[in-house]
Design a protein around this ligand. Structure first.
Ligand code: NAP
Length: 248
């Protein structure tokens, strides 16, 4: 599909779901992969072993992207291991869904800290490295609900809308240095995150998808792979929906 041989890709939240599919896909395209995770070490190591079977190298580093120091340390460790970072996929994300009137301060803060500040923390940590090498790809995971809004998710929708604004501002700042910054907005993708949704919500979501099925993590990974490639050098500041037509 695309050639990423010799590139180094850091995927936050690469241990499960969409991040795992992205890590595997970029590895299949020839990149060495740094898999970041927060809690699930076994899952992350399993992904690394799977990637290494394809002949590239993989490293696993724990780190909470919401913590600026840990994000910095994560990037430093990636550089120590592989010499640089060419591709950053800011994929790590969480939900704490509930109605506004019941939402705790911690529900709000944890989601903003992980989904939005986490993107800022990791992006800031790679910027100097990418500017120096005059090449970089930053792909930020947003969501279609960051565009449409969704009841019961003010924290999550605010974080994902924020990611789109951050993406556009960073794209303007970094474009002249050979660095593109884009967002991907998945719709309803089958992962642990959506596994917890009640059956009636799943049914109603499925009914709103023109292609007639839920998305797979690999559907999102394919769009990310394209945005990482040289073929996408003239695309920056954009949000690409991967949602089977759910939002248009
Ligand atoms: P998931 O299956 O719940 O996986 C989340 C990943 O993020 C895990 O690898 C987890 O690592 C990691 N993570 C969570 N908090 C972290 C932190 N503070 N620091 C570092 N890593 C952290 O989620 P997913 O469905 O694959 O979602 C991936 C991304 O796509 C998220 O940004 C999500 O908001 C977005 N998205 C998903 C959907 C969907 O339908 N699934 C739709 C739109 C957007 P541990 O397991 O080690 O904690």
């Amino acid at each position: 599909m695309f050639d990423l041989k010799g590139k180094v890709a850091l995927v936050t939240g690469g241990s499960r779901g969409i991040g795992k599919a992205i890590a595997l896909t970029l590895g299949q395209l020839g990149a060495n992969i740094v898999i970041n995770y927060s809690r699930n070490m076994d899952a992350a190591q399993k992904v690394a072993r799977e990637i290494e079977k394809t002949g590239v190298k993989a490293a696993v580093f724990q780190g909470d992207v919401a913590d600026p120091d840990q994000a910095k340390e994560l990037v430093n460790r990636a550089v120590e291991k592989f010499g640089t970072v060419h591709i950053l996929v800011n994929n790590a994300g969480i939900t704490r869904d509930t109605l506004i009137m019941r939402m705790k301060d911690s529900d709000w803060q944890e989601v903003i800290d992980t989904n939005l500040s986490g993107v800022f923390n990791c992006t800031r940590a790679v910027t100097r490295i990418m500017m120096k090498q005059k090449w970089g790809r930053i792909i930020n995971m947003s969501s279609v609900v960051g565009i449409t809004g969704n009841a019961g998710q003010v924290n999550y929708c605010a974080s994902k809308a924020g990611v789109i604004g951050l993406t556009k501002a960073a794209a303007r700042e970094l474009g002249s240095r050979g660095i593109t910054v884009n967002a991907v907005a998945p719709g309803f993708i089958e992962t642990d995150m959506t596994d917890v949704l009640p059956a009636e919500i799943r049914e109603s979501m499925l009914g709103s998808i023109p292609v007639g099925r839920a998305g797979k993590p690999e559907d999102v990974a394919a769009a990310v792979a394209f945005l990482c490639s040289d073929a996408a050098a003239y695309i920056t500041g954009q949000t690409i929906n991967v949602d089977g037509g759910m939002v248009m």
